[in-house]
Write a protein that binds this ligand. Sequence first.
Ligand code: GLA
Length: 394
Amino acid sequence: MKKIKHTVYFLCLFSFLFSLTNCKGDGKSDKEKEELTTTVSEIDFLTKEDYGTTADGEKVEQYTLTNEAGMEVKIITYGGRITSLKVPNKNNEFEDVVLGFDSISQYTSDHPYFGALIGRYGNRIAGGKFSLDGEDYQLPQNDGENSLHGGDKGFDKVIWTAKLPSDSTSLVLNYKSKDGEMGYPGNLDVTVTYTLNDDNSLDVAYEAETDKKTIVNLTQHAYFNLTGDFNKTILDHEVVLNADEFLPVDETLIPTGELRSVEGTPFDFTEAKKVGKEIEAENEQLELGLGYDHCWVLNDQSDDMHFAASAYDPESGRFLEVSTTEPGIQFYTGNFLDGTLPQQGGEGTYAQRSGFCLETQHYPDSPNQEKFPSVVLNPGEKYSTKTSFKFSVK
Ligand code: GLA
């Protein structure tokens, strides 16, 4: 049924696009054309709009995906960023649950990676240095002495090319990163597919291929606030992380190499716990991160989809479950937000801890830590990972 319906949607979209691009000789009366347009706008499963231009004059588009339940996600081609994600609360009221801005100029100037795709290497690489087959590479040091999230102009700040959806529920984004770009070796062809399913899950599938040995670690940097009210913090959210161990960090937030048990520490989220319960506890690791800003070692290290984390906001009833093929998850509690960035669609600003990120990924600094799972991609291999964000109420 679903498939047939989607085929119909696709045909409608195709007819609509065809009617726009081929006004002459399509054999359709104006009335028929109007009917097709109406059908498409009533279904509204995928719309496209201009989202302005960057300071460099690059055009940015925004796509909106909507599912049968009315859940809606908006994604811009600048950084493949999720600008808005509207999901229902327990009273079936739809509100935005991701931090974002109102305009492209805000994304290009003040941007703590809101909603962005992150690459070529998500998270930190010590000193911005790594070696492959005896060759040394130096990346931009954009986080103190370290390289963070792909360097000065990572995948969060480039324009992705949107392709026609493979089906009516997906948006396919492609970016071709050049050999040497931001210091990384190899031409990397990256495709990220966002799929909005009717069960209120948003899947993010990442694929990449290279023509020279390189390193890859892609992730999504949405800041969630399930309350639907950006004036509230996320400290009352009840979080579960399916991890018995986490990676302690040094003073520059690079993992020390130790896999430390969470047992008896504020890092234990094996059972639902309020984010705020121990975030201010006296703990060296919390002091270094200014809160939680660490990678947890997921209990299931397989390449199959496995449960990674959940977050629940008791007041709104919104429940988010994250599953992934990745071995780790960076849980970041918006510690660097400082009340200076303007809220989307509101008058206020984003205060510290008004959003949290659940960045599924390989471990930080893996290229320099032999015991961590490999992030090397060889020519002829296909990088392929997937993460799913499923929303419900309880
Ligand atoms: C990541 C890092 C944080 C911070 C944010 C962006 O999650 O781990 O330390 O840099 O990105 O502000």
